[in-house]
Design a binder for this molecule. Structure first.
Ligand SMILES: CC(C)(COP(=O)(O)OP(=O)(O)OC[C@H]1O[C@@H](n2cnc3c(N)ncnc32)[C@H](O)[C@@H]1OP(=O)(O)O)[C@@H](O)C(=O)NCCC(=O)NCCS
Length: 189
């Protein structure tokens, strides 16, 4: 059975399972989503639909994070600044395929946490644990989402290919081309 640690600590960031789930935590995450809405909406369809701390509480924390952690079918971490404890964003392991030991990584940062290397640090921290379990990690992003593309490139992911016009981007009113990036365990050794 695939199981990730509930807390990963580094000098720069701490990744932790949202546990216990409290309304205060939901308010903290919702405040970050709300102030980052303009950027998140460009690429992540859930952002527009997240309109209250109540939705964050039941929809994201319970139905998404907790359910998946309990089923070992997905592992979503809150990213916090290791020094201040400030909530910075989320990184998660999804699309887990036990037979091929592969999974996908998704992520987002609060707008005021961008440009400081937090996501690169969070990805590195996650990989250190994930490659003890998985053979292949994948990142998908829109070819025009340059910040996300740079996260994958900076971390040494290789471009497997592009899924052409694979998604509808409502905000941009266009079909999006999706990059598929991957890193193999053997590439970390
Ligand atoms: C994608 C996203 C997480 C990238 O955030 P980011 O801050 O650009 O990425 P990082 O945290 O790795 O930071 C890299 C930036 O910090 C700078 N930086 C500072 N110190 C750094 C360090 N120690 N290590 C690496 N980068 C550092 C880099 O130069 C880079 O800045 P630049 O892009 O201005 O050159 C963020 O833009 C986001 O959440 N976007 C909206 C949601 C989204 O698109 N999610 C992905 C969907 S596929």
């Amino acid at each position: 059975m695939i199981k990730m640690p509930e807390k990963i600590t580094t000098e720069k960031v701490i990744l932790e399972r949202p546990n216990p789930i409290t309304f205060k935590l939901a308010e903290e995450i919702y405040a970050a989503v709300d102030k980052s809405r303009e950027i998140l909406n460009e690429w992540l369809p859930w952002a527009d639909a997240t309109t209250s701390a109540e939705a964050e509480f039941s929809g994201f924390l319970y139905d998404y994070c907790d359910k998946k952690w309990n089923e070992n079918s997905g592992f979503a971490y809150l990213i916090r600044d290791a020094e201040t404890g400030k909530f910075l964003g989320v990184i998660d392991v999804i699309e887990i395929k036990e037979s091929s030991k592969s999974a996908e990584i998704g992520y987002w940062l609060s707008v005021d946490a961008e440009g400081k290397g937090y996501m690169s640090a969070a990805l590195k921290a996650l990989e250190n644990e994930a490659f003890k379990i998985f053979n292949r990690l994948q990142i998908r992003n829109d070819t025009q989402n340059l910040r996300s593309v740079n996260v994958a490139k900076r971390a040494g992911y290789k471009l497997d290919g592009v899924l052409r016009q694979e998604r509808w981007l409502e905000k941009q009113q266009r079909y999006g081309d999706t990059n598929v990036w991957s890193k193999l365990k053997s590439e970390t050794e």
